[in-house]
Ligand binder design. Sequence first.
Ligand code: FAD
Length: 279
Amino acid sequence: MSFEFFPPKDDASEAALWDAIRRLERVHPDFVSVTYGAGGTTQDRTVRVTERIARETTLTPLAHLTCVGASVGDIRRVVGQYAAAGVRNILALRGDPPGNPGGEWVAHPEGLDHATDLVDLIRTLGDFTIGVAAFPDVHPASPDLDHDVEVMVRKADAGASFAITQMVFDADTYLRLRDRVAQHRDLPITPGLMPVTNLKQITRMAQLMGTPLPRAVVDRLEAVAGDADAVRSVGVQIATELAQRMLSEGAPGLHFITMNRSTATLEVHENLGLSTGAR
Ligand code: FAD
């Protein structure tokens, strides 16, 4: 099991993030990751939080890294910073044009075009374990699933040793991608799960990420839409059921998108019978 955070915007949200990290630390995740921001200052915050996790906690950090707005020299410097802080696991991503997730990709003139190029580069810079992204609902700019499977094969051949998916709400789409990739390469693919705590927020995120929300999920949440506590508890129940199905189908792990909060994720963890009593 692993947990994902995003770089905090200010001191108050950084304090809330550290509160969540400390609570989640008690259930001993395999690793925790911090998403890589789209611009200079949020990228700096990603690096700072990831370094602090490496230095001050018992947790194993997985550093997200993208090619957005960066020359090869810039990327080398960030990888060097991670290495100096003892970070040995990197999630190699292309990233999206800032403010425009579905928009046309334009590489930095001295930068990289695809995540596979980043995997290649990181491998030349040291002894890192490298992960990559996977898209059960097909990447928004990809023509079809066949193409995505091909991309996963290229990522494995470049040196990726595991993949984490975009958040997924339909176990069958995850299993379809996992099984198709398994026909070609031995690349463990861990599903990304997000316990829903707010219907508006998840609808916006799902649109942004190109993840369809299944009708059955929307119906269950809409049935309690007027009651914030009930939405939370149905969201935790949906995530629990999905996690149980993923594990029973042999998923190699579960990667929780926490939104920098701990409670919903810990509730799912407890429902799965994995709890050590932390809260
Ligand atoms: P790529 O593998 O380069 O794919 C991008 C597009 O190009 C796809 O359509 C793919 O089909 C196509 N493609 C890939 N290789 C080739 C090729 N050789 N020839 C032709 N076409 C090709 N974004 C952030 O900004 N920060 C983050 O921290 C972050 N974390 C993420 C974590 C996870 C688990 C996931 C699933 C996504 C994350 N993202 C993050 C979003 C991600 O950067 C975007 O979804 C991006 O559009 C795709 O990234 P990628 O690494 O898969 O890119």
